[in-house]
Design a protein around this ligand. Sequence first.
Ligand SMILES: Cc1cc2nc3c(=O)[nH]c(=O)nc-3n(C[C@H](O)[C@H](O)[C@H](O)COP(=O)(O)O)c2cc1C
Length: 187
Amino acid sequence: MSVKIIGLSGSIRSESLNTKLLRYLRELIPNDVEYEVIDTLGDVPFYNEDMEAEVPEAVVRLRHSVVSASGLFIATPEHNHSFSAPLKNAIDWLSRPPGKGGIARKPVAILGAAPGHFGTMRAQIQLRQVLHATNSIVVARPEVFIADASSKFDGKGRLLDAVGNQLVQELVDNLIAEIRKLEELVA
Ligand SMILES: Cc1cc2nc3c(=O)[nH]c(=O)nc-3n(C[C@H](O)[C@H](O)[C@H](O)COP(=O)(O)O)c2cc1C
């Protein structure tokens, strides 16, 4: 079965470090795995249950991408010690209808980059808590905090940090292993 992974960016900023990190993953993901980065969560309207009768087009597209993916990377900025508002909004949409919005039972690997010294550590703790509510299958290790990230990418978007690279590769391998394990269970 072919594997497709989505890299969901919690940032809607054009020069986002987190989107850059997600794009860089293409170099670490095996070529036989399809990979697409979504950096358009700014197009998704605020969740409103009234809209469930006629779901906005941006949500239909997002749900379709996530439902059809074998797994997700989520990279989030840290905003006031939490993960970003566009990401929370997207997760709320993806959690409805319960069990069918796309994120339930989906393998998810979390990472993040920030110019500061904590590398989104606090945001990721909260994100894990929310993904517990959505019944997602969160890859436990490694935790990937790319701190002081403004100076850690070269002009081509490659991550320069040796330890960071090791951790990110491990995360990629662990997510793919989780996906393969699930595939074997349902085969
Ligand atoms: C409203 C706001 C709150 C922020 N709060 C934090 C924070 O709590 N911790 C942190 O490390 N950086 C914080 N930052 C800085 C972000 O880490 C920085 O803007 C980062 O580049 C955002 O990720 P992005 O480059 O992927 O957009 C904050 C930035 C904004 C705009």
